[in-house]
Design a protein. Structure first.
Length: 366
């Protein structure tokens, strides 16, 4: 089954966005609808838009506009039904649906849905949420045309819950990874739109690694000071192998946290901090932390020597510790107080902050 018709569901009323058509909101200079079309079109045959109201507002996309065939905004299933009726006129055995407010939908959505189809040919996409709980995304599905009459009868009978209907028809589940970000992230609010802009902006990341007492923190501090003076914006991530604590016994926030609060925000006129207690949950990955940061010119990472981002190794021969670089291909240069033998990488003096900064800037394109 290939080249199935695709239907982009844009029939919602966007109340959390202040009304209007979310698909016409701009993201990185293009409408959300354009982002969805660019990702879905290579995977499908003909495309159509499910939307209500004046179809002329979608004319720029040159696609058929399919209004709901049932009154009173019965929800996304009505858009699916409109798409199935359209597909029947094309002689297509099924359709693929996607939401108009999801600019990062997977490039392999169609293939994965087809592979996961249940006994009726129906499948929905799913991905884990922040807690690891699998969440199905019912606006992303593979829908057999043969089920359209059953769906119409269910909607006319008052059905509005998509999952209830798909479960009754043995829908399969195509599970997608949600790291570093969920491909089904949808833009519901202005804050979501701002987050989507961040997700489209590639992060420039560079690591500072080395053994204990090699001078990592000192180099990070000097680099941040110098590059900030050069007009760049920087953020840092530091990994600790021990139970690091940013709070102290006796403070109000410490009392909140030790009483059992899962998260504590400490806010003041000059800064704020969020403390999250894992309480035996797995430690977040570096990718998880990077996804939390606001856009900046450069992120410096201290530690995480086994992660794949590029790094400079700090080295002090006087500590007696060997270099990591010979066995770590992610290390691109060494900053040392000595002259390591048989080193095939660029070598800088550990205190030559300006040259190290220029090397990093060149490598990340700054």
């Amino acid at each position: 089954m290939t080249d199935l018709p695709g239907v982009i569901l844009a029939g919602g009323r966007a109340t959390r966005m202040g009304g209007g058509d979310k698909g016409l909101r701009l993201l990185a200079g293009q409408t959300l609808m354009t982002h969805v079309i660019q990702r879905l079109a290579p995977q499908c045959g003909p495309l159509a838009i499910n939307a209500n109201g004046d179809p002329a507002r979608w004319s720029a996309f040159g696609l058929p506009v399919l209004p709901d065939t049932l009154p009173d905004w019965p929800g996304p299933l009505a858009g699916v039904l409109a798409g199935l009726d359209w597909a029947a006129t094309l002689g297509a055995p099924a359709i693929i649906t996607a939401a108009a407010d999801t600019p990062f939908l997977p490039d392999d959505l169609v293939a994965r849905l087809q592979a996961a189809a249940g006994s009726t040919g129906l499948a929905l996409a799913a991905s884990p949420d922040a807690t690891g709980t699998l969440q199905r995304h019912p606006t992303f599905g593979l829908w057999p045309t043969a089920l359209r009459h059953d769906l119409r009868a269910a909607l006319e009978g008052g059905l509005r819950k998509i999952i209830r209907w798909t479960d009754a028809h043995q829908a399969g589940t195509a599970i997608f990874d949600a790291t570093p970000s969920d491909p089904f992230f949808n833009v519901n609010t202005p804050d979501d739109l701002a987050l989507a802009e961040r997700l489209l902006t590639p992060q420039r990341v560079w690591g500072i690694t080395g053994t204990k007492n090699a001078g990592k923190t000192g180099l990070v501090e000097r680099l941040v000071t110098l590059m900030t003076a050069q007009g760049l914006t920087l953020s840092t991530i530091k990994h600790a192998h021990h139970a690091a604590d940013t709070d102290h016994p006796g403070t109000d926030s410490f009392r909140h946290r030790t009483a059992g609060a899962r998260q504590v925000i400490l806010s003041s006129p000059s800064r704020w901090a969020l403390m999250h207690e894992l309480r035996d949950a797995p430690e977040p990955t570096l990718a998880d932390h990077l996804a939390r940061l606001s856009p900046v010119d450069l992120i410096l990472i201290e530690g995480y020597k086994s992660d794949p981002h590029p790094k400079i190794e700090c080295h002090r021969p006087e500590t007696g510790e060997p270099l990591l670089a010979p066995d770590n291909p992610t290390i691109h240069a060494v900053a040392s107080t000595g002259q390591p033998a048989h080193l095939a990488l660029p070598l800088f003096h550990l205190d030559d902050t300006a040259t190290i900064a220029a090397f990093i800037r060149d490598k990340v394109g700054l």
